[in-house]
Design a binder for this molecule. Structure first.
Ligand SMILES: N[C@@H](CCC(=O)N[C@@H](CS)C(=O)NCC(=O)O)C(=O)O
Length: 351
C-alpha cells in the first residue's frame, strides 16, 4: 500500500497513472488505416482474448474453479458467439485498473470489458474506442453503518481508500476540493488490498463506482455492517472498448453490443429466438441474418446476432441473470433499461 498524505501529490500521481497518450498501432484492413484488422487476427486465432477485472461479482468474477461470470464477461462471450458460434471461445485476462489500457494498446488483449468509464481523454489522448455503454453507473462512497458518517463533509480529517488509475480517484479529489474538505486519500493499485484495508478500519470510507461497491460489499465478512452514502459523485458510463484506428474490429464489438440491446427491444430471447426465424418483419429478418448482408458486410457470418442471442441471450436476460432479479443483488434496471421503458439503452437501426 502507498499512503500519500496530501492531495497535491496524490493528484499528480493519479494523472500519471491515468493520462499519457498511447500509440495504438493499427494493423489496418477494411475500415482501418492499412494492413489487416485485428478482426483477422482474432478469427485466425479462433479465440477472443478479453480483458476483465475478475474480482467484481455480477460484472466479472472468477470463482475457485476458474469459471468466469458477470455482465462484462457475457459481453465478451457475446462477441465470441458472433465470431465463432461459441460463447466459450474466449480467454479471459485479469487486468487491474492501471494496466488495462496498456494491455489493450499493446495487443495483449483484443478488447476490454472491464468496468471502464468512457471519458473524453480515454477516447482521444489515451487512444481508445468506446463501444456502447453496457452499464450506466455513478461514483459512490461506502462506510460502516455505525460510523456516523452521512455525507462527504464528514470526511474532514478522515481517510478514504481509493484505487489508482481510475476516474474514481480523480472525481474524489475534485469533489472534496469543491467542498473544501481536507481528507486523507489512501491509494491502492490492487482492489483486494483496498477492500482489505477498508475492512481492517484503515480508512473510514471506500469509494468506487456504486455497482462495484455493492458487489464488493457482498464479499465483505459482514455485508450488513456497511452502507452506501446517499451521494453520487459522477457519471460513470461503463462499457467495452477497443483501440483506435481499427474500425473493422471496433465495428464488430460495437454492433454486437448494440445487438444485445436491439434483441431486447425486439423481444427476442434465447428461449424464443427460433420462433422469430422466418419472420414477416423485414427488420427482424435482417437482424437475424435471414435477409440482407448486415453481418457479411462487417466480415461476420450474416446470422451473427442469431448466434449471440441463442448462446448468450439479450441484454435484459444478461442483466437479470447477473445483476437483477435472478441475482443476489436484485438491482433495478433504472437508467440501464431500454429507452422505451424510460432508460438510456438505445440501439441505432440495424439496416
Ligand atoms: N470505472 C472507473 C473505475 C474502474 C476501476 O478500476 N475501479 C476499481 C475500483 S475503484 C476496480 O474495479 N477495482 C477492481 C475491483 O474492485 O475488483 C474507471 O474506469 O476508472
Amino acid at each position: 500500500m502507498k499512503k500519500w498524505g496530501f492531495l497535491g501529490l496524490a493528484a499528480a500521481l493519479t494523472l500519471a497513472a491515468c493520462g499519457g497518450s498511447t500509440d495504438t498501432a493499427s494493423d489496418g484492413g477494411p475500415g482501418t488505416s492499412g494492413g489487416a484488422s485485428r478482426l483477422q487476427t482474432v478469427l485466425s486465432r479462433g479465440q477472443l482474448i478479453c480483458g476483465v477485472d475478475g474480482g467484481i461479482p455480477g460484472f466479472s468474477f472468477v470463482d475457485e474453479s476458474g469459471a468466469y461470470s458477470g455482465l462484462d464477461v457475457e459481453v465478451c462471450r457475446a462477441v465470441a458467439a458472433a465470431l465463432f458460434d461459441d460463447p466459450n471461445a474466449v480467454e479471459f485476462r485479469r487486468l487491474d485498473s492501471t494496466e488495462r489500457f496498456t494491455a489493450l494498446s499493446g495487443g495483449e488483449v483484443d478488447m476490454l470489458s472491464r468496468n471502464t468509464t468512457w471519458t473524453i481523454s480515454r477516447d482521444t489522448s489515451v487512444g481508445m474506442e468506446f463501444a456502447p455503454t453496457t452499464f450506466y453507473d455513478g461514483q459512490g462512497m461506502m462506510v460502516r453503518v455505525d460510523s456516523g458518517i452521512t455525507d462527504l463533509e464528514d470526511f474532514a480529517g478522515r481517510a478514504v481508500c481509493v484505487e489508482t488509475g481510475t476516474t474514481t480517484e480523480l472525481n474524489l479529489t475534485d469533489q472534496m476540493r469543491r467542498l473544501g474538505v481536507e481528507f486523507e486519500p489512501v491509494v491502492f493499485q490492487d482492489a483486494d488490498a483496498a477492500y482489505a484495508a477498508y475492512d481492517e478500519g484503515r480508512c473510514e470510507g471506500i469509494t468506487s463506482d456504486k455497482s462495484q461497491l455493492i458487489a464488493r460489499r457482498s464479499t465483505l465478512p459482514n455485508p450488513d455492517e456497511h452502507t452506501l452514502l446517499e451521494v453520487t459523485m459522477s457519471k460513470e458510463p461503463l462499457g467495452p472498448l477497443t483501440v483506435n484506428n481499427d474500425s473493422a474490429w471496433f465495428d464488430v464489438v460495437k454492433w454486437v453490443t448494440f445487438g444485445l440491446i436491439q434483441a431486447e427491444e425486439f423481444g427476442i430471447t434465447s428461449e424464443n429466438v427460433e420462433e422469430f426465424l422466418g419472420s414477416d418483419d423485414p427488420n427482424i429478418a435482417r437482424f437475424l441474418g435471414e435477409e440482407g448482408t448486415l453481418g457479411t458486410d462487417m466480415g461476420l457470418p450474416n446470422d451473427f446476432m442469431y448466434r449471440v442471442v441463442t448462446h448468450v441471450g439479450n441484454y435484459g436476460e444478461i442483466y437479470e441473470r447477473n445483476l437483477g432479479s435472478e441475482s443476489e443483488f436484485n438491482l433495478e434496471r433504472g437508467l440501464n433499461d431500454l429507452w422505451t421503458n424510460g432508460g438510456l439503452l438505445y440501439a441505432p437501426p440495424f439496416r
